[in-house]
Design a protein around this ligand. Structure first.
Ligand SMILES: C[S@@+](CC[C@H](N)C(=O)[O-])C[C@H]1O[C@@H](n2cnc3c(N)ncnc32)[C@H](O)[C@@H]1O
Length: 167
């Protein structure tokens, strides 16, 4: 793959993963997308503990292979799809919830995609990095062993009404 990711692989601690999915109110049967899914921990928890269908998009082949192995071990192949590729080039319009652990600069570049593709009922939940210019409906601090984490929740219906975006 020619694109070199600007965001390195740093996993979200499990306690933060769980809280992100709780704050986004993931319901059984909903579809969760993790943009840059790393070792697959968010999509695996979404499928295993929240009954969601989950899609992880990852640009690093070694991580994609790791995810596929884990998903098979857990027998979650019918609930999880792993896409090897660049999330800027993957359609995410079926997502009910999008999870992010990227960078503020990358979130900024994703704004247009979110506005174009996400449905009004979709929620975005971002670990540590906000989407500048968009008002979160909730910000939570989570104390973990090593440091404090921040989680930002955005409701597309609010974002769309504020942006007065016409599709
Ligand atoms: C900080 S890690 C987060 C991993 C996982 N989402 C988590 O929270 O545990 C960011 C991941 O995004 C991947 N990534 C960065 N840019 C990407 C892109 N354009 N398309 C797909 N994956 C990307 C990186 O390879 C890395 O695994």
């Amino acid at each position: 793959m020619s694109y070199t990711p600007v965001v390195p692989f740093v996993p979200t601690p499990e306690i933060v993963v769980k809280r992100m999915l709780q704050l986004a109110e993931v319901k059984p049967g909903e579809v969760v997308y993790d943009l840059g899914c790393g070792d697959g921990r968010i999509i695996i928890t979404a499928a295993k503990d929240f009954g969601a269908y989950a899609v992880g998009i990852e640009i690093r082949k070694d991580l994609v292979e790791q995810c596929i192995r884990k998903v098979k071990e857990l027998g979650l192949e019918d609930r999880i799809t792993i896409v090897y590729g660049n999330f800027f080039e993957v359609d995410i319009s079926e997502a009910d919830v999008v999870t992010l652990y990227l960078l503020t600069s990358v979130n900024e570049k994703l704004k247009t995609k979110f506005l174009k593709e996400l449905k009004p009922s979709a929620r975005i939940v971002s670990h540590d990095f906000e989407i500048l210019g968009w008002k979160p409906s909730l910000v939570e601090d989570i104390r973990e062993e090593w440091r404090n984490h921040k989680v930002y929740l955005y409701l597309m219906k609010d974002v769309l009404s504020e942006e007065k975006y016409v599709r």
